[in-house]
Ligand binder design. Sequence first.
Ligand code: ADP
Ligand code: MG
Length: 352
Amino acid sequence: MTDDTDIQQLDDDTVARIAAGEVVERPASAVKELVENSLDADASRVEVDVEEGGTELIRVADDGDGMNDADLRAAVRQHTTSKIAGLEDLEAGVRTLGFRGEALHTIGSVSRMTIRSRPRDADSAGTELVYDGGDVVSVEPAGCPEGTVVEVEDLFYNTPARRKFLKTTATEFAHVNRIVTRYALANPDVAVSLTHDGREVFATTGQGDLQASILAVYGREVASSMIAVEADAETDDLPPGPLESVTGLVSHPETNRSSREYVATYVNGRAVTADAIREGIMSAYDTQLGGDRYPFVALFLEVPGDVVDVNVHPRKREVRFDDDDAVRRQVAAAVESALLEHGLLRSRAPRG
Ligand code: ADP
Ligand code: MG
């Protein structure tokens, strides 16, 4: 035996920063994790403020459940979550957006992070936890409203290679905007706002109306061209398949863009992309859209828990179904009947 080897155990800091690079690629991925946490905490208001595309500052404030000082200390440790207790819970299907217990820890290990939080209905004051590059700097009582505010400053300050790969402020902000928009549309009953360098980008009302949310994020022209899709497997004639319902809004074919960016699709409330869903939508529009043109879409699919794998990697939004063809036909039928009802398609023989 010899102990002459170049293979060494990495120290914890290095491991944490490598892992962080996978969960948090850019400011938008930190924004995504923080907004998901606010929604999981049953917030009715989520305010997102970023500076310099999120590279200087990301602040996400909510009025959700909040955390006490013990919760806060636990929340920033690795693999700590209040959302599942073990594998059984995963198998049973998770409705929360997070469950891996790694976001706060990893974001905190590549930034200077401050969390102020106060539990709902608690007599106690709130707590402020300061975290720097993975270390708890202080945990102190702090007066603050119910809910949670997470501030992430100087993202990637201690991982210069990653910082170097960030794109321009405009590009990084575009990613942030897309993420916050996606969650705003998925949660019309939550007032979601976004500011960039102090300027308001959009603010939804939280009144529970998807149409109103579309108006807030995309403006009047797009909002006025949206058509309701409402197909339920029980009451409407959806073709056979795993989908229990397909509901939401799609745009008049004349309101289109050259990017898929505005095709927002959700399965059981989770923002996902899937070829089957997109192809179903596009086939419904048939020849009404020119090549490489896409409608505005906010479409919500409900499926039984075991049909899609929710245990998707945090970065991967792509999902697959056991029966992609059936999903494609069901989505196409739902969107098609909405367009037909508005006289936006010539009626056709049912597809085989
Ligand atoms: P996960 O979301 O996968 O559980 P996170 O690292 O994102 O892991 O968060 C760890 C825990 O901290 C959560 O399970 C939750 O209990 C708590 N937490 C995080 N953000 C908030 C928030 N905005 N409001 C209330 N609790 C939160
Ligand atoms: Mg989380």
